[in-house]
Design a protein around this ligand. Structure first.
Ligand SMILES: Cc1cc2nc3c(=O)[nH]c(=O)nc-3n(C[C@H](O)[C@H](O)[C@H](O)COP(=O)(O)OP(=O)(O)OC[C@H]3O[C@@H](n4cnc5c(N)ncnc54)[C@H](O)[C@@H]3O)c2cc1C
Length: 342
């Protein structure tokens, strides 16, 4: 394995933000990951772990070692009755994993089709879309402790999954390098069609039984219609989480703002549609200083060459106006590297 000095990172994040890593390693198996961690430990270097870079904002240079996880591998590790368990290397591509599972006749990931990124990053923010979250299909993961190189297994409870949240974004942040993830899938379809936009899209499905492949195709079509392709318009998907507020606050907001878009959230709380809040503040389609708010989806910020400073200034201005207008705090979804949110 090659640990390279001074590597430009523009090609390693979907926002195409420039920045340099003082040291850079791509690891393709457990041994290489151990070697890279030992390299950092011996030199006292801070370690940053990266997958496909589709949920990060690179705000500056990284002084330590950036480890890009490219550990591949798929193995059926348990099966019985309708259920099976699939262990995946953390560097496997998530969209390809969904396609692979469908092709095998292993179901459960269809609503999560086409979410960019790697398998190893999926538990970090408990990826979710169209009514399904990773946590619902998750069995366990294996991770190396960055400080010691020790391998440890985490079961679902230990991952403390929440909405776009897990142990790895909180107490476990920057402490673990995930090397594999095991998912539970089914041989018979158990379709999840609660999400209104998905149900509406499938209403036009030709007569006959609805298959997981048809659900995945509908999800892909919806995503392509709503979200810009990072290869064409550099972006990191949703830039803000949907805020979750107490029911009383949601009721008060709904009384003041007819049309407020809400979804039920666990614990009797209410999730507000961040895109609607941003749109109401007039941000949809706004472009300035080489950055922009996407003109079809106000939750997505586009980088058009203005750099991280302009992007963060736009994000801060959006947060301030939503705060002033609705009294609601927007939380950025991507992880910021080499800088801080203002
Ligand atoms: C167009 C677009 C659409 C998107 N749609 C959705 C969506 O519908 N739902 C959703 O949930 N997300 C969505 N996202 C966000 C993104 O796809 C997910 O967060 C994805 O899991 C990120 O994977 P990645 O490999 O690119 O992670 P990266 O961006 O490389 O890393 C993200 C975080 O995970 C950490 N990390 C990455 N790999 C590992 C590892 N092996 N071990 C430990 N930590 C690790 C990093 O340190 C960083 O903190 C979207 C992004 C884009 C660009």
């Amino acid at each position: 394995m090659d640990i390279r000095p001074d590597v430009e990172l523009r090609g390693f994040n979907t926002l195409a933000l420039p920045g340099r890593a003082a040291h850079f390693a791509t690891v393709t198996d457990l041994d290489e990951a151990q070697v890279a961690l030992a390299f950092a430990r011996e030199r006292g270097l801070a370690v940053t772990v990266l997958g496909a870079g589709s949920n990060v904002v690179l705000a500056g240079d990284l002084p330590g070692l950036l480890i890009r996880v490219a550990i591949r591998g798929r193995a059926l590790v348990a099966q019985g009755g309708d259920q099976l368990e699939l262990r995946l290397g953390a560097g496997e591509d998530w969209p390809a994993t969904v396609e692979y599972s469908l092709a095998q006749g292993w179901y459960g990931l269809e609503n999560l089709a086409l979410i960019p990124g790697t398998v190893g990053a999926a538990p970090v923010q408990n990826i979710g879309a169209y009514g399904v979250e990773l946590a619902q299909r998750f069995v366990a993961l294996e991770a190396l402790e960055i400080a010691t190189g020790a391998l440890r297994r985490f079961d679902r409870g230990e991952c403390a999954f929440g909405y776009r949240d897990s142990f790895f974004k909180r107490a476990g942040r920057d402490r673990w390098l995930i090397v594999s993830v095991t998912l539970a899938l089914c041989r018979t379809p158990h379709l999840v069609l609660d999400y209104p936009a998905l149900r509406a899209a499938l209403a036009e499905h030709p007569p006959g039984p609805l298959t997981p492949a048809a659900v995945a195709a509908a999800v892909c079509a919806l995503r392509r219609a709503r979200l810009p392709d990072p290869a064409v318009l550099p972006n990191a998907g949703s830039f803000f989480e949907n805020p979750v507020v107490p029911a009383e606050q949601a009721q008060a907001l709904a009384a003041r703002f007819p049309g407020l878009v809400t979804f039920p959230a666990p614990g009797g709380r209410v999730k507000l549609a961040a895109a609607w809040l941003i749109e109401q503040c007039g941000w949809k389609g706004v472009a300035r200083d080489g950055v922009a708010v996407h003109d079809r989806q106000a939750l997505v910020l586009i980088h058009r060459g203005g750099g991280a400073r302009a992007l963060l200034a736009l994000a801060a201005a959006i947060r301030a106006s939503v705060r002033a207008h609705f009294g609601v705090e927007l939380i950025p979804e991507p992880r910021i590297l080499g800088g801080h949110w203002s």
